[in-house]
Design a protein around this ligand. Structure first.
Ligand SMILES: [Zn+2]
Length: 369
C-alpha cells in the first residue's frame, strides 16, 4: 500500500505500517496533554497503543499462518489506524479451510485475553471496573486494559458481518450446505441487517457505531458482488477472452503518439514494448495525466506503468480475476506455450461479466416461467 513503511519480516511476510498511524499516536499524545496528564502518563498511553499495534499484527498473523497451512501465501500485513490488513494471495474456498483461516484471527485475541487474565486481578463489580477504566492508563491497570481490548477485539471481529471475520465464518458454515455465492449472499444480508441495527442504535449512542454500520453495509455488498462475479466466470479460461489484436506503442515514442492513439482507437489500455518486447502498460487516464504534467514531448518510458502482469491462457478466469483485482491492472499479458499470445483488457472482462450476468438471468427467468 502506498505510504507504508516496512518494519520487518515475520514468517516471510512483510510487516508494514501506514504513515497515518503516526497521526493516531499524535492524537493520543494531544488528548492526554490537553487533559493535563503527566509525561509518564502520556508515555504509558503511547506504550499501550503500541501494545495494541502488536496485538493487531498478531491477529493478522493468525490468519496468515492458518492460510499458510493450506499453501496460501500472504503478500503483506499492513497496520492502519483502523486496524490491520493481511493481503492473502486468495481466500480459501473450501469451507473447512475458510473457517479455520477466519477463526484463527479472533482466536489470537481470545488467547491473549486468557493469558493476560491469568496474571491480573479482574474487578468483580462493574462499578469497580468503570472506575479503573475512567482513570486512564496507569501501571496498575495497563494489563487490565489490554485484557479488555483483546476481549472486545475478539467479540467485534466475531460479529457475523462482512468484512469482519464473523461474516467469513458464517459464509464458511453455510458453504458446507450450499453453493458458495448463495452462502455469501445470505451471509452478506445477515451482516447488512445487523449493520442497520448498529446505525439505528448508533444514532442515539455513538457516531462510531454509525460509521462501523456503514462500513459493514458497503463491505458486505462488495464481498457479495465479488463472489457473484467469480461464480459467473466459473468454467471459463483466460483464453476465452484473449485479445489477439491490440494496440502497441514503443517505449521510445512520445506522449504525442499515445494521445493520437487514444483519439484514433477504441482501446483505453495500451501495451508498451521496447524492441518488440513488452515492458509495461499505459492507460488513457495515465496518458492524460502525463500530458498535463510532462507535456506531449515526454517519452513514454518515463511515464509508463512498469508493473506488467502475466496471465496463463489456460488458467481459470475466476482465479485470474483475483489477480487482476489485487494488482488493479487494466491490461495483462496472456502467455501460451511460453509465448505472448495476446492481452486481457479489463474493459473486456467487465463486458464479459455483464453479458454472463444477463445470460444467467435469462436462464433463471425461464426456470420460473
Ligand atoms: Zn481478522
Amino acid at each position: 500500500m502506498k505510504g507504508s513503511f516496512k518494519l520487518g519480516k515475520i514468517a516471510d511476510i512483510g510487516i508494514f505500517v501506514h504513515w497515518t498511524f503516526s497521526l493516531l499516536i499524535m492524537f493520543i499524545i494531544f488528548i492526554n496533554y490537553r487533559a493535563g496528564q503527566s509525561a509518564t502518563q502520556i508515555l504509558l498511553s503511547v506504550l499501550f497503543i503500541l501494545s495494541l499495534f502488536i496485538t493487531v499484527i498478531l491477529h493478522e498473523l493468525g490468519h496468515a499462518l492458518a492460510a499458510k497451512r493450506y499453501h496460501i501465501k500472504t503478500k503483506d500485513i499492513t497496520l492502519l489506524p483502523i486496524g490491520g490488513l493481511a493481503r492473502l494471495e486468495k481466500i480459501p474456498e473450501k469451507p473447512i479451510e475458510e473457517l479455520i483461516v477466519a477463526v484463527a484471527g479472533p482466536l489470537v485475541n481470545i488467547s491473549l485475553a486468557l493469558i493476560t487474565g491469568i496474571f491480573i486481578a479482574i474487578p468483580e463489580t462493574s462499578e469497580e471496573l468503570m472506575l479503573q477504566l475512567s482513570i486512564g492508563i496507569n501501571p496498575n491497570n495497563f494489563f487490565l486494559n489490554f485484557f479488555l481490548v483483546n476481549f472486545w477485539l475478539a467479540l467485534f471481529n466475531l460479529i457475523p458481518a462482512f468484512p469482519m471475520d464473523g461474516g467469513r465464518i458464517i459464509r464458511a458454515v453455510l458453504s458446507f450446505k450450499m453453493q458458495r455465492h448463495v452462502a455469501t449472499r445470505i451471509a452478506a444480508r445477515i451482516g447488512q441487517f445487523i449493520a442497520l441495527g448498529f446505525i439505528l442504535f448508533g444514532f442515539f449512542t455513538s457516531p462510531v457505531l454509525v460509521f462501523i454500520g456503514i462500513f459493514v453495509i458497503i463491505g458486505a455488498q462488495v464481498e457479495a458482488d465479488f463472489t457473484e462475479t467469480k461464480f459467473l466466470l466459473k468454467g471459463f479460461k483466460v483464453h476465452d477472452i484473449l485479445m489477439k489484436q491490440f494496440p502497441k506503442v514503443d517505449a521510445n515514442e512520445t506522449i504525442k503518439t499515445a494521445v493520437s492513439l487514444v483519439l484514433d482507437s477504441q482501446s483505453k489500455n495500451f501495451l508498451i514494448t521496447e524492441a518488440g518486447i513488452p515492458v509495461g502498460t499505459l492507460n488513457r487516464d495515465q496518458i492524460i495525466m502525463a500530458l498535463t504534467k510532462n507535456g506531449e514531448n515526454e517519452f513514454i518510458y518515463n511515464v509508463m506503468d512498469r508493473n506488467l502482469v502475466f496471465l496463463d491462457g489456460n488458467s481459470l478466469l475466476e482465479n485470474s480475476f483475483e489477480v487482476i483485482q489485487l494488482n488493479k491492472s487494466r491490461l495483462m499479458l496472456v502467455m501460451e506455450n511460453n509465448e505472448a499470445a495476446g492481452v486481457l483488457d479489463s474493459e473486456n472482462l467487465v463486458e464479459f461479466i455483464l453479458i454472463n450476468e444477463v445470460k444467467a438471468k435469462i436462464t433463471h427467468d425461464k426456470k420460473y416461467r
